[in-house]
Ligand binder design. Structure first.
Ligand SMILES: NC(=O)c1ccc[n+]([C@@H]2O[C@H](COP(=O)([O-])OP(=O)(O)OC[C@H]3O[C@@H](n4cnc5c(N)ncnc54)[C@H](OP(=O)(O)O)[C@@H]3O)[C@@H](O)[C@H]2O)c1
Length: 332
């Protein structure tokens, strides 16, 4: 099959190569991919930034989420049949959606929403599951709560705002002026132009922050959260709490603890809990997300669609950091 691969970590261009079809285990479905989406984790993996958490083998096919058609099922598969249109987020140890086929455990796949094209469906799994896990699982947000979503105009932000509104939350978000109309149309209640206004000088007593930026932006967020509130970051550094929950072992957990001493200090100072989240694939959670899509409460937001051969340009555009919504790779 054709695939977009790298041979080593670093800022190397994607190359189109021929790769063997993935091995289909008993509980796997083999999906012919029609579309994949680009996520910043793709270039982070390429750069070797994720190797502490997941060591990959080369040649490595990049790509983390997909929409396509089931073309084979393993002997123990019960939920899907050949011909089903599905979407999902690849297993972290078995990524590779910038390719014609992927094998994936059936529990990690959901039926594609009928109302969406393959390109639209491929935009959802990674950002959708991440936002569900942040807002629902960790923050356990309840209607009326106030939440700040950083970078509302990005791939994660455009989904997160819609999900937060569907959950009945009050949403403040940051965006440059180029993204204001978009985040307003998605339902944001309060928009802060991050280029001209410091969010931590205008927001107070928030119940939670969904941080997608990390670094100083993450640390400034502690100031705006009420005592007892929470910050969940998907871009900060993993802390000791994450290490334990992720089963990272003693040494890595100690390393994470050392790397996040400033966050630990701020947690005590402001009586706010900090959690780093590394999203997990889940067919069951994706099925919940499908329901919000089918009722029209959440719509895909697509910035650009690139042909398969232009995967390198698609990755470079995402890496520019200014996408408005999602960047899609049309595979078939
Ligand atoms: N841990 C996990 O499981 C997980 C899961 C998903 C994503 N992530 C991470 O989350 C981050 C965001 O992902 P994404 O897909 O949303 O990225 P993205 O689509 O590339 O985000 C681009 C958007 O970010 C905005 N932006 C950039 N700097 C900003 C700032 N300082 N304040 C407010 N907005 C800013 C840009 O707006 P302008 O063009 O107007 O500047 C642009 O619209 C990435 O680092 C990604 O790796 C982690």
């Amino acid at each position: 099959m054709k695939a977009m691969t790298i041979e080593k970590y670093g800022n190397v261009p994607l190359e189109q190569t021929e790769q063997p079809l993935p091995v289909v285990s008993a509980h796997d479905v083999l999906v012919e991919i029609h579309a994949a989406s680009i996520n910043p984790v793709d270039f982070k993996i390429r750069d070797g930034k994720v190797k502490l958490l997941i060591p990959y083998q080369f040649p490595l096919i990049l790509g983390n989420d997909f929409a396509g058609i089931v073309t084979r099922v393993g002997p123990a598969v019960t939920q899907f049949q050949v011909g089903d249109a599905v979407y999902g987020r690849a297993e972290k140890q078995r990524i590779g959606t910038f390719a014609e086929f992927i094998a994936i455990h059936e529990d990690l796949v959901a039926r594609k929403p009928d109302s969406l094209s393959f390109e639209e469906a491929a935009s959802i799994p990674l950002v959708g599951l991440t936002s569900y896990q942040v807002l629902h699982d960790v923050l356990q947000a309840t209607p009326g709560q106030k939440i700040l979503i950083q970078a509302g105009a990005g791939g994660v932000g455009t989904f997160a705002i819609q999900l937060a509104k569907a959950m009945g939350l009050y949403v403040a978000t940051t965006a440059s002026s180029a993204g204001h109309d978009l985040v307003k149309a998605l339902g944001a209640d309060e928009i802060i132009d991050y280029r001209t206004v410091a969010f931590d000088e205008v927001l107070h007593d928030f119940d939670g922050v969904y941080d997608t930026i990390g670094d100083d932006t993450l640390r400034r967020a502690f100031k705006i959260v009420r005592p007892g509130g929470q910050i969940v970051s998907i871009s900060g550094l993993p802390n000791g709490r994450f290490g334990k929950a992720y089963g990272s072992g003693f040494l890595k957990t100690m390393l994470f603890r050392l790397l996040t001493v400033r966050e630990a200090f701020l947690e005590r100072k402001y009586r706010v809990t900090y959690t780093f989240l590394f999203m997990k694939p889940s067919g069951r959670q994706l099925q919940h997300i499908t329901e919000w899509i089918e009722t029209g409460q959440i719509k895909p937001v697509i910035d650009r669609v690139y042909p398969f051969e232009a995967a390198q340009e698609a990755l470079a555009y995402s890496e520019s950091g200014h996408a408005k919504g999602k960047v899609i790779l049309k595979v078939k």
